[in-house]
Design a binder for this molecule. Structure first.
Ligand SMILES: Cc1cc2nc3c(=O)[nH]c(=O)nc-3n(C[C@H](O)[C@H](O)[C@H](O)COP(=O)(O)OP(=O)(O)OC[C@H]3O[C@@H](n4cnc5c(N)ncnc54)[C@H](O)[C@@H]3O)c2cc1C
Ligand SMILES: NC(=O)c1ccc[n+]([C@@H]2O[C@H](COP(=O)([O-])OP(=O)(O)OC[C@H]3O[C@@H](n4cnc5c(N)ncnc54)[C@H](OP(=O)(O)O)[C@@H]3O)[C@@H](O)[C@H]2O)c1
Length: 505
């Protein structure tokens, strides 16, 4: 029930960890007549599906964003219909590599009603199995429509000043006939659980475009890294120092030529004063030259590098969101945020749309709070209503200003400042209790054991703990807001932006 209108049907986009808990929370309400979960892969699991042999790394387009490289597919003029199979790249493969294990203790990573089979850190196939089992344990497996991509999402039947419905245009490949089959389905509400680690991001660097043409295949993105074996005795340069950059550079030390070079813009919470044995740190790259040299901002260079692996992360992509029909884009790439959201979950101008999994914070467990809150809102059984639109706008504006001022990202929710608790508490309050008949999930409590695990059980030692661990000597000025430098007469004060305890998630 939203704005007095009953929601009977809900679609969920994606069957990863966000989709699994959303389906369970919606079902628990025993209220909705139709719940469907659309997943473009062959099974649930999302990020945690391991693609052993990802097809050759895709071309790299430095500085390009998803609207340029993950374009909407052309929708047939009339639907239902069928077309020759699309061969447009959709970035469906995952970045999981062979040795990957989880990096959050299982008590804090799993949903509240089922632990991982063991812990604290587990191989990548455990969360995949877990997500898949979660669908069957909660009997939401029948909601799943696998191998089906949501290619378009448009608002329809909009009432003046009221809610709209959503038309999803869906595509599945029929292997027997080698055709794509297209059809539409209409829903009263939609929950986005499509993740944000699919479309790789490589920043623009002077000379990189020409370098890519001159040395094809030399530069790759960590999305396609699977094991250190192909890099035996190779001279490798890693760019980036978050979870992927840290893990991959350390793993490459076992096979690659020594040292493995790692270009880092800021220290991670795992870094001490010196790089680990076998690794040499380099600063940010200044320029790629056609003679093969890679110039760094401190004036040094590397030549004869065999492979450059960009571990520079991903950008969210919503190619299915029909900007024209819906009147605006969903994501603002310049500001790095979802547009017109409230509490990272709800939309100010679309009360029947919600998103689970957008913020960078605890994963599965946080998704649970989001899913329960939105399920109870959509069922009209919530305990506390969302604030008036003016207050939602104020929340967004103030957060935007504050995060900008503090050099943080809009959707990064910090642990150490207590922000995660405040955020979860907000969702907890919206949801409230279930009905006397037991309908509806109740948000879990955040036990002391879980909090203790988050703060004390670590996958890697944290010598620097990310706090004011600035390097010695001169550093570059204000690199994209990561370091702030005050130049005095003969010395430089570098205040590195603090990294939160869970910044690596
Ligand atoms: C390499 C790597 C390691 C990680 N390690 C950890 C870790 O150790 N601990 C941790 O807590 N988190 C980790 N994460 C974060 C991880 O993303 C979350 O744990 C969680 O899996 C996110 O779930 P999600 O459902 O939001 O997104 P995803 O897992 O990405 O699932 C989204 C699903 O939506 C589907 N989809 C997308 N678009 C469409 C469409 N148009 N139509 C139909 N289906 C669609 C996708 O195929 C996918 O199955 C890691 C991430 C990466 C990339
Ligand atoms: N379970 C595991 O062990 C594991 C392993 C790998 C990945 N993951 C997960 O996978 C997700 C993605 O992680 P990720 O490491 O691939 O990406 P990420 O966390 O987004 O990190 C991107 C890295 O690239 C750097 N970077 C970005 N733009 C840059 C630029 N213009 N110039 C120089 N450096 C730049 C960033 O530096 P700054 O920090 O300075 O911004 C950061 O070090 C995360 O959720 C992570 O937890 C988990």
């Amino acid at each position: 029930m939203v704005d007095g209108k009953r929601i009977r049907s809900v679609a969920v986009v994606g069957a990863g960890a966000a989709g699994a808990i959303t389906a369970a929370a919606l079902k628990a309400e025993n209220y909705f007549e139709r719940i469907r979960v659309f997943e473009r892969r062959e099974r649930p699991g999302g990020t945690w599906i391991y693609d052993e042999d990802p097809k050759p790394s895709l071309d790299i387009y430095p500085g390009s964003l998803p609207p340029d490289i993950d374009r909407p597919l052309k929708i047939p003029d009339s639907v239902p219909s069928h077309t020759p199979p699309s061969c447009q790249e959709r970035y469906v493969q995952t970045p999981v590599y062979k040795s990957l294990t989880t990096n959050v203790p299982d008590i804090a990573m799993c949903y509240s009603d089922a632990r991982f089979p063991y812990g604290p850190f587990v191989p990548h196939y455990i969360p995949r199995q877990y997500v898949e089992n979660y669908f069957s344990t909660h009997k939401t497996d029948s909601f799943l429509q696998l191998n089906t991509t949501v290619e378009d999402m448009s608002k329809v039947n909009a009432e003046k000043g009221g809610n709209c419905q959503w038309k999803l245009t869906l595509r599945t490949y029929d292997p027997a006939r080698h055709i794509d089959i297209w059809w539409d389905e209409i829903f009263d509400a939609v929950v986005l659980g499509n993740g944000h680690y699919s479309v790789p991001y490589v920043p623009h660097v002077d000379g990189l475009d020409a370098y890519l043409k001159r040395f094809p295949g030399r530069v790759v993105h960590s999305k396609y890294y699977r094991s250190p074996l192909p890099y035996a005795s190779k001279k490798v340069l890693i760019i980036g120092n978050s979870a992927s950059g840290h893990d991959i550079s350390n793993e490459l030390v076992t096979t690659a030529s020594h040292p493995v070079y790692q270009s880092i813009r800021s220290k991670s919470i795992w870094d001490g004063d010196e790089p680990p044995a076998g690794i040499v740190w380099k600063p940010v790259i200044k320029e790629f030259l056609l003679d093969g040299r890679i110039m760094f901002k401190d004036g040094t260079y590397l030549d004869s590098v065999d492979t450059v692996i960009y571990c520079t992360g991903y950008k969210p992509s919503y190619p299915f969101w029909n900007i024209e029909a819906n009147g605006r884009p969903l994501w603002d790439y310049e500001a790095g945020k979802m547009i017109k959201t409230y509490w990272h979950t709800f939309f100010q101008d679309f009360p029947t749309l919600a998103i689970v999994g957008a913020p960078r914070v605890l994963t599965f467990r946080s998704f649970e709070y989001q899913a329960i809150a939105l399920a109870r809102l959509f069922a009209g059984r919530h305990s506390v209503s969302l604030p008036p639109i003016e207050e939602q706008k104020k929340w967004e504006k103030e957060r935007e200003q504050r995060t900008k001022r503090e050099g943080l990202k809009f959707h990064d929710i910090e642990w150490e400042t207590g922000e995660t608790m405040e955020w979860l508490r907000g969702l907890f309050q919206i949801a409230g209790l279930g009905t006397l008949r037991g309908e509806g999930r109740i948000p879990p409590f955040l036990g002391e054991d879980m909090i203790w695990a988050i703060e004390h059980i670590k996958k890697y030692p944290e010598p620097g703990n990310g706090r004011n661990n600035a390097g010695k000597g001169k550093d570059r000025k204000g690199q994209e807001g990561v370091e702030v430098e005050t130049e005095e007469e003969d010395w430089v004060l570098v205040e590195r932006k603090r990294k939160d305890l869970l910044a690596f998630i």
